[in-house]
Write a protein that binds this ligand. Structure first.
Ligand SMILES: [Zn+2]
Length: 1015
């Protein structure tokens, strides 16, 4: 999601601005283009200080990779093999660890060839090269080979009935005084401070009810936006989760207040919805979704504000059950492919419908008042059936033909859901599939499930089902919830296609897209696979004087929220696979908890990652932005995936101080520990029964490579434990008071970036300083991403570490006394006796460095490659040429459908320039080339590829006119209120364009505002 309307920027964007001003950094203004010229490329690599090189690394402290188990996978014909993103490594000193792998088959063309049955028929066998990243055995890492056997079998898909489900939110309470309870309490307090009438204003406005006494909504729900309803949906989910997180055995004032608000939302929404129950005597039935805006009417409908003012008066025709904070014209306009445009089009109508359905479903599942729960479900069901009716009667799928042919008739879902932002439908499929599980009538179940799969996006789903990465360059958060929806629908339709989509997508995320703290994307978009470090280091922005600085805002917090949800849902189908809860722990303990300011209520939109990063806090209400919305839910549901259960087994997924009431089994598990926990004591309570019989499975985290132990009533249950697995106490007869003790000393390790760093924006006007290629990584301590404030420039970010990380010592064990600022602290001495201190990123707010250039000493012999290797050059050229072909095909069209080119012009021009340079080098004979020369041109080409933007998005160059207006406006001495508002709005637009998600209509609107002030 992008774009902030004028009313909310003080809450959100200004907060960020203030942060930057206070800290002396450089936020306002525009980002200049990243232009590449030959002279810059000839710059000598930057001189780097080697901070951590110990005088001598003792030989016995080194360990090198000795052995990796052979990798052999069976792959169904027509698919890309599923290769592991982490491999179990044996070191020379006998120790073990999971290490990250990178595979060389990630090019789109390579993947398509692998999935081609002609090339790889049943019975054939081939190999794929890969590397363990972060290792210096070769320039690319420690070499791996996977053998692939092509078979006629399908992938093993689990049964569509989940193996386990998480304990309900109401069954788990977080205890004690710690960061978790601090955040939860702050979330509830803040939630209760929000004005409920603001959440109801748009509904009354949309259904012809008086709005006297109701506060006008703000943020992305304000009257001048077309995303109204998204915030109210998140507000309802937040109320429901907060209610569930309160002690079930005690009626507190907070709980009473929460229930009161939930009841009011439900009652008023139903009153609005009932206004669509209009009997039509001609049809001899109620007016339905399919009757709204027949095709001939639809084709004449506009998307201007004046049009929408008219549509609002038409609520009697919305169709039975329509419930939304915007008129039914919004979802209808999508059917004629109305683009995302706040002035003349739509935003993302089904995205808002999803948030509201989710809010109502969350209320139905968590409130203790049966009447309210039933009413919430009824509203959601009636709206769900409206969606079914509209989809069933008015839409279809046509995937063949060209775009113009596919858009010839309204209602082609293949095109509707493939549109940028306008086709963003959030988790429509997930909510509809959940509703289908919740209703009783067979007919309604079937309709709701059919509606869920009407939100399939075959353009993305079909490649994903064959494990082909088609998410590269797509909008990240537009697509993650679609995957969650596909998985949820699998429970109802039992079609392995949907499970495979989710499974393949999740695994792609792990190796190819996640940062150390768990989220993905850059400026809301996925870039190329395995390019996180390049993405991070090429982001720049500048002040109004066009001085440029690095811009460390990277990944959207909504993506973290949605990836956590997808992980939780996948875990239900295979709860023994500890990779899921290992990842859940990573994203929750770092990015999600770290997205809330440690001292007051403010959450992040883009999370800052990299060098000297400042978290851009703001987004203070659920309606402010999308991340304000998910931010309102995040901190009242930390416990949602802590425990999974089925008839006979409990899986402990997360170690946090909690009471788990397993109601179906009649037992309670008291988990006593600090947070984060190195030691946890679980006490089983049988609640009056003599014994209870069940299997208890406890996660052995991937990082628990030393000293891990589980004791049952004081006795170890095993001699050794495999990290990233579950240890089971099987079919045990538990007595009241039985105790299970988990010891899991945090270990130091490195989470590596997948691509070596060979350039970086380094400071004022140093847009791309070349560096000698080096692995970069994040220091981890147990589950925690450790950040430092002691390094503020890449030029000072080189450290040498022995492979056992002995240089890093524990300064403070972080044992909490209930306050928030007692933190685990690591430190290391530099050769010149400076100290670098690392503390957990979840507590950081500003000037944090997450990634360092790390030369890890293993004592192993380096394998020197013979001759010049041009593989990377050829790969980069292939990507570039594919983009050029797409652009040329669009340019050759006589009628431009879509209206925008695949790629925006300035980035495209840079690409063409670099392709020329790269082709010249590629044409040279290897013996006339050095590896350094090849690497240099690859690096420049990769920058050009990675800084391109899709054609519908604005580029920094498009800001020139706005920027000069902004500069002169800021120089005016006595500013009127209108002028100040125009300046604030322009600053916001500049920020969005800088971050890589602003559109042309935003810029136009900002310019018009200055025009209006002049008049
Ligand atoms: Zn967001």
């Amino acid at each position: 999601m992008i774009f902030i309307p004028e009313k909310c920027f003080r809450l959100t964007y200004m907060k960020k601005t203030i942060n930057f001003i206070i800290t002396g950094a450089m936020c306002l203004g525009i980002s200049a283009p990243i232009s590449i010229n030959a002279s810059e490329l000839q710059k000598k690599p930057a001189k780097v200080e080697n901070l951590g090189k110990p005088a001598k690394i003792k030989k016995q402290k080194q360990r090198s990779i000795k052995k990796v188990s052979p990798i052999r996978v069976e792959s169904p014909v027509g698919t890309v093999p599923r290769l592991p993103w982490q491999v179990w490594v044996t070191y020379s000193d006998g120790s073990h660890e999971w290490r990250q792998a990178k595979w060389e088959n990630y090019m789109r063309a390579t993947e398509q060839a692998e999935a081609d049955p002609q090339r790889n028929p049943v019975g054939s066998e081939y190999t794929i090269e890969g590397y363990i990243i972060g290792d210096n055995t070769t320039n690319k890492g420690y070499p791996l080979v996977a053998t692939v056997v092509v078979t006629n079998n399908k992938w093993n898909t689990p049964n569509c009935h989940p193996v386990a489900n998480p304990l309900k939110l109401t069954e788990v309470s977080i205890n004690g005084k710690n960061r978790l309870t601090n955040n939860r309490n702050l979330n509830i307090k803040t939630l209760l401070s929000w004005d409920i009438t603001q959440q109801l204003y748009n509904y009354r406005d949309t259904y012809g009810l008086p709005t006297d006494g109701y506060t006008v909504a703000d943020g992305w729900d304000s009257p001048t936006t077309k995303l109204k309803g998204h915030g109210s949906g998140h507000y309802m989910s937040s109320l429901a989760f907060a209610f569930a997180s309160c002690n079930p055995n005690e009626e507190t004032a907070e709980k009473t207040e929460l229930r009161k608000r939930i009841k009011r939302m439900v009652d008023e929404l139903r009153a609005c919805q009932e206004r669509t129950f209009v009997w039509d005597s001609t049809l001899n039935r109620y007016r339905e979704a399919r009757d709204y805006a027949p095709d001939e009417v639809l084709m004449k409908m506009g998307g201007s504000w004046a049009d929408f003012d008219r549509y609002k008066k038409d609520y009697r025709n919305y169709g039975y059950g329509y419930l939304n904070a915007i008129p039914a014209a919004h979802p209808a306009l999508i059917e004629k492919y109305a683009p995302y445009n706040n002035e003349q089009g739509v935003w993302a109508p089904y995205y808002t419908i999803h948030k509201q359905l989710a809010g109502l479903i969350d209320i139905a599942n968590n409130i203790d008042d049966k009447e309210i729960a039933a009413k919430a479900l009824l509203i959601a069901k009636d709206m769900g059936l409206w969606v079914w009716n509209r989809m069933h009667y008015r839409t279809y799928v046509k995937a063949d033909g060209d775009k113009a042919q596919r858009q010839a008739k309204p209602g082609n879902r293949y095109e509707m859901w493939n549109m940028y932002i306008a086709g963003e439908v959030g988790g429509m499929a997930e909510s509809l599939a959940r509703l289908s599980e919740m209703v009783d009538s067979k007919d309604e179940k079937e309709k709701l499930l059919e509606a869920a799969n009407c939100f399939d996006t075959p353009a993305l789903f079909n490649p994903l089902a064959a494990n082909i990465d088609d998410i590269r360059t797509r909008h990240a958060n537009q697509h993650i919830p679609m995957i969650t929806g596909a998985l949820r629908s699998f429970i109802g339709n039992c079609n392995p296609y949907y499970y495979n989509i989710a499974y393949n997508f999740w695994n792609m995320m792990q190796g190819k897209y996640v940062y150390a703290m768990g989220s993905v994307g850059n400026g809301e978009m996925f870039r190329q696979p395995y390019s996180q470090i390049l993405s991070m280091n090429t982001n720049v922005m500048s002040d109004s004087k066009r001085d440029m600085y690095p811009n460390p805002d990277i990944n959207e917090t909504c993506c973290a929220y949605n990836l956590a949800k997808l992980t939780k849902d996948l875990n239900c189908f295979n709860p023994d696979n500890a990779e899921y809860m290992d990842y859940y722990e990573r994203v929750l303990y770092n990015q999600i908890i770290g997205s809330l300011h440690p001292e007051h209520w403010a959450v992040t939109y883009q999370y800052a990652v990299g060098m000297n990063a400042i978290k851009p806090y703001g987004n203070n209400t659920p309606q402010s932005t999308c991340c304000g919305g998910t931010g309102a839910e995040n901190h009242v549901k930390y416990q949602e995936a802590a425990y999974f259960v089925n008839d006979n087994t409990m899986w402990v997924g997360l170690y946090m101080p909690t009471t788990a009431r397993w109601e179906a089994k009649g037992v309670t598990i008291e988990q006593e520990c600090e947070w984060p926990a190195q030691h946890s004591m679980l006490t089983i309570r049988t609640n009056g029964k003599a014994t209870a019989d069940f299997t208890l499975k406890l996660r052995v985290p991937y990082w628990a490579t030393k000293g891990f132990d589980i004791k049952l009533n004081g006795k170890s249950i095993a001699k050794s434990y495999l990290p990233c697995s579950y240890a089971a106490i099987s079919n045990h007869i538990w007595k009241d008071g039985d105790r299970v003790e988990v010891c899991m000393p945090f270990t130091k390790h490195v989470n590596w970036g997948p691509d070596k760093m060979d350039l970086a924006a380094t400071g004022k006007n140093e847009v791309r300083t070349p560096f000698s290629p080096q692995w970069v990584g994040t220091i981890m301590y147990g589950p925690m991403v450790m950040a430092t404030k002691d390094i503020k420039e890449w030029k000072n970010a080189d450290i040498t570490l022995s492979s056992t990380l002995n240089e890093l010592t524990l300064k403070d064990d972080g044992a909490t006394d209930g306050t928030n600022d007692k933190l685990y602290t690591l430190q290391m001495q530099t050769p010149d006796n400076r100290t670098i201190t690392f503390t957990p990123d979840y507590y950081q707010t500003d000037h944090s460095t997450h990634y360092l250039r790390i030369d890890m000493q293993t004592g192993a012999k380096k394998l020197v490659a013979k001759g010049v290797d041009k593989t990377l050059l050829e790969q980069a050229l292939a990507i570039a040429k594919e983009r050029m072909d797409n652009q040329k095909a669009w340019e050759a069209m006589s009628v431009k459908v879509p209206a925008f080119a695949p790629w925006a012009p300035n980035g495209y021009a840079r690409l063409c320039q670099q392709v020329k340079a790269a082709e010249a080098i590629n044409a040279l004979d290897k013996k006339n080339l050095t590896q350094a020369k090849v690497d240099e041109v690859v690096s420049a080409l990769n920058v050009a590829i990675n800084t391109m933007r899709p054609g519908n998005l604005a580029e920094p160059e498009d800001l020139n006119k706005l920027l000069s207006l902004l500069t002169s406006a800021k120089n005016i001495q006595n500013k009127t209120t209108e002028l100040r508002e125009a300046i604030d709005y322009a600053d916001m637009v500049v920020q969005y364009v800088n971050d890589g998600s602003g559109t042309h209509d935003l810029i136009e609107k900002a310019i018009n505002k200055f025009g209006a002030v002049k008049k």
